[in-house]
Design a protein around this ligand. Structure first.
Ligand SMILES: NC(=O)c1ccc[n+]([C@@H]2O[C@H](COP(=O)([O-])OP(=O)(O)OC[C@H]3O[C@@H](n4cnc5c(N)ncnc54)[C@H](OP(=O)(O)O)[C@@H]3O)[C@@H](O)[C@H]2O)c1
Length: 289
């Protein structure tokens, strides 16, 4: 079997087209959607991620406010900047690029962001709402993966899913989204035993380890016709790779995502979507797009 490529660039464009229309609609009502980003220090990968997010915003008419902060900034100074953005009515979304330097506490920092402007969906308030099936702003990568399933009309009801990741950014929010769709989820991590057996029994495998020295999902580990969503991005042997090799896995899978060009573009598209949802929440409209 040679399966179907789940093309993140194509699906992300459909999301962006929807968001662009919503931006135009909001502008006719006098609302100029605006995303504020905070980058602490000069980590080149983080700087690239923030730049890409700004470019994507520019393309569809979302205003950006860029805050590049000194690597040695204190928690108190960072908290003040976030508080000012929380109180700035022209700013609808706030994104703090992670990871942060050691002196800063990621949980304390993200918790400072107003839940109504939490476009990354990482505040305790919004993660709690997600667990209660009431979330409006949901973490971008998990939300993007759900868009991919929707696009290909992949029914998750009753499916056995192996989810290899338990982070706050990926695994935990995704678990709740999959559960809402009536999937049966086995959440795996570095201490999971018999991972190969679990993968071989799964209808869908979503993998986000990001370290080829620790884990590679090979075709032998999946059943014929399984669906593979590869979230990971890492450098291995001078190449940008996921946890699996797309060209090999697609020979056995019914659907699979490539890396790059799979989940990555979806994450950015959902950030744009969350920004306009936040902008509409700031008004009486309060719609989700
Ligand atoms: N495409 C995108 O837009 C996007 C967005 C977010 C993240 N990512 C990528 O996704 C990957 C994960 O990101 P993250 O922030 O969630 O990282 P993380 O916090 O390091 O999570 C990695 C997960 O892999 C598990 N793991 C480690 N070794 C394993 C093994 N041998 N077998 C099974 N599980 C193992 C870890 O288990 P423990 O919990 O036990 O440590 C952890 O749950 C990275 O490559 C990242 O770049 C991509």
């Amino acid at each position: 079997m040679v399966g179907t490529k789940i093309d993140g660039k194509v699906i992300a464009q459909t999301v962006k087209d929807r968001v662009k229309k919503a931006v135009e609609e909001l502008k006719t009502q006098g609302i100029n959607p605006c995303l504020a980003t905070i980058l602490v220090g000069d980590n080149p990968a983080s700087a690239t991620y923030v730049r890409n997010k700004h470019t994507a915003c520019d393309e569809i008419g979302i205003i950006t406010k860029d805050h590049k902060l000194d690597v040695n900034i204190s928690q108190k100074q960072l908290d003040e900047i976030i508080e000012n953005l929380n109180n700035d009515s022209s700013v609808h979304g706030i994104l703090v690029q992670l990871p942060l330097p050691e002196q800063l506490d990621e949980f304390a920092t993200t918790s400072r962001i107003s839940p109504l402007k939490d476009v990354d969906g990482l505040t305790p308030h919004n993660t709690g709402l997600l667990a209660m099936k009431k979330a409006v702003l949901v973490a971008c990568t998990p939300s993007g993966i759900m868009e991919m399933f929707d696009y290909h009309e992949i029914d998750l009801d009753g499916k056995n899913i192996v989810l290899i990741n338990r982070s706050n950014l990926v695994g935990k929010p995704l678990y709740h989204l999959l559960l809402e769709k009536n999937a049966t989820i086995v959440t795996c991590h570095s201490r999971t035993k018999n991972l190969t057996d679990l993968c071989q029994a799964a209808d869908i495998i979503i993998t986000a380890v990001g370290n080829r020295n620790k884990f590679t999902l090979t075709p032998k580990m999946i059943k014929e016709g399984a669906i593979v969503i590869d979230v990971a991005i890492s450098r291995f042997q001078e190449k940008l790779v996921g946890d699996s090799d797309f060209d090999e896995i697609i020979q056995k899978a019914s659907f699979a995502t490539p890396v790059p060009g799979g989940v990555g573009p979806m994450t950015v598209a959902i950030l744009l979507k969350n920004t306009i949802t936040a902008a509409s929440l700031s008004t009486q409209i309060g719609r989700q797009f």
